[in-house]
Design a protein. Structure first.
Length: 369
């Protein structure tokens, strides 16, 4: 169920989302696949939310192979607030839509099985929705890790040097936003603009928020909202995640062009710069590029050196970080940027319809939350 953003009036007359009576229930929706190590905490943090209204948690279960489905059934058997639906396709937007359609309350809270809602998250989000008249509100993603690698990845996630641009990665002041991390949404607005686009496997939240904004509603960022997120546990999985995410952003640029933020073009620009620097190095080494032209071409090394310096300073300046964490940061940050940028360029050139994120599985070409 979707509408093309281009078909929605561009008038952008600002309007409030339909009011919801106080005490109305809240539906939490969570796509789940191979999350046995994280699911119990994600579910516990969700059901512990203090809301003066009925709540339900709808889990959209993909075809897990690690015992996640069995754990979910056990959790549901012990708490009637948990509802299970099958998501045979395993795609995130499909699972989200299945969960939303199986839910009953006028406010929808998206939850990631790889995350934990902080105490008071939902109560604050409901207050912000009511106070601002927004259709969707999100907060800050606070990445945390247990191993040295995961803590390094978390440091990159939490810094503008790592993911940059989006307020939900670095904080800021309350303001209107182009998108929202996870999101607390009014069902009536979703019914109007359409649910998640099931043809988009990554970036589906950005595309939905684009339609919400083009329909005249507000999407708000509230820095008082915080969600704990656990990054991928290994370098190969992180690289696969960012490669797939970048490719889907390239697909979104193919579809929606200039509606994409300029910040999305920074990683592909880095990849192009690195590739150009490598080409210049080869040509100069072979003697094919000399003289004034060679000297001018060598200026491409300047932004590369500056980038390396920034990443090195970022790693060295991490307060309390171990030597191992600092070393991993030197690998993690470029991995994020280069994998995302390379994926972006491939997505722009060839699209991403067959691209899936296999970063939580080994040996299976299956979409992942």
């Amino acid at each position: 169920m979707r509408n093309d953003p281009g078909s929605i009036s561009a008038a952008r007359i600002s309007r409030d989302a339909p009011a919801v009576p106080r005490g109305s229930g809240v539906s939490f929706v969570m796509p789940v696949l191979n999350e046995r190590d994280y699911l119990s905490r994600a579910v516990a943090s969700t059901l512990a939310q203090e809301v003066d209204a009925p709540i339900e948690l709808v889990l959209a279960l993909g075809p897990s192979t690690d015992g996640t489905t069995e754990l979910a059934r056990e959790l549901a058997a012990n708490d009637p607030r948990i509802v299970l639906v099958d998501n045979a396709a395993a795609d995130i937007p499909v699972g989200l839509n299945l969960a939303i359609r199986a839910s009953h309350h006028p406010t929808i809270v998206r939850v990631d099985a790889h995350s934990e809602l902080t105490p008071g998250y939902t109560r604050r989000a409901l207050e912000t929705l009511e106070r601002t008249g927004a259709a969707n509100v999100g907060g800050v993603m606070r990445a945390e890790g247990t191993s040295a690698f995961q803590r390094a990845a978390a440091a990159a996630y939490n810094s503008r040097i790592g993911l940059g641009g989006g307020a939900y990665h670095g904080g800021g002041t309350e303001s209107e936003a182009e998108s929202a991390y996870l999101g607390v949404m009014r069902r009536e607005v979703l019914d109007e603009v359409g649910y998640f686009d099931e043809s988009i496997r990554r970036g589906e939240d950005w595309e939905l928020n684009l339609r919400i904004r083009r329909a005249g509603y507000r999407v708000m960022f509230d820095p008082a909202l915080s969600v704990t997120y656990h990054p991928r546990e290994s370098w190969p999985r992180l690289a696969r995640q960012f490669l797939a995410t970048g490719r889907w952003r390239g697909e979104l640029v193919r579809r929606y062009g200039s509606r994409n933020s300029v910040r999305f073009f920074a990683p592909p620009a880095l990849v192009v710069t690195l590739a150009t620097a490598l080409l210049v190095r080869v040509l100069r080494g072979s003697g094919a590029l000399t003289g004034v032209i060679g000297a001018i071409a060598s200026l491409v090394y300047v932004p590369v050196a500056l980038y390396a310096a920034i990443v090195t300073v970022f790693a060295a300046a991490r307060s309390g970080a171990t030597l191992s964490e600092r070393a991993w940061i030197l690998a993690v940050v470029p991995t994020m940027h280069i994998a995302w940028g390379a994926g972006f360029l491939a997505g722009v050139a060839r699209g991403a319809s067959e691209t899936v994120d296999t970063s939580r599985l080994s040996g299976r070409n299956t979409p992942l939350p």
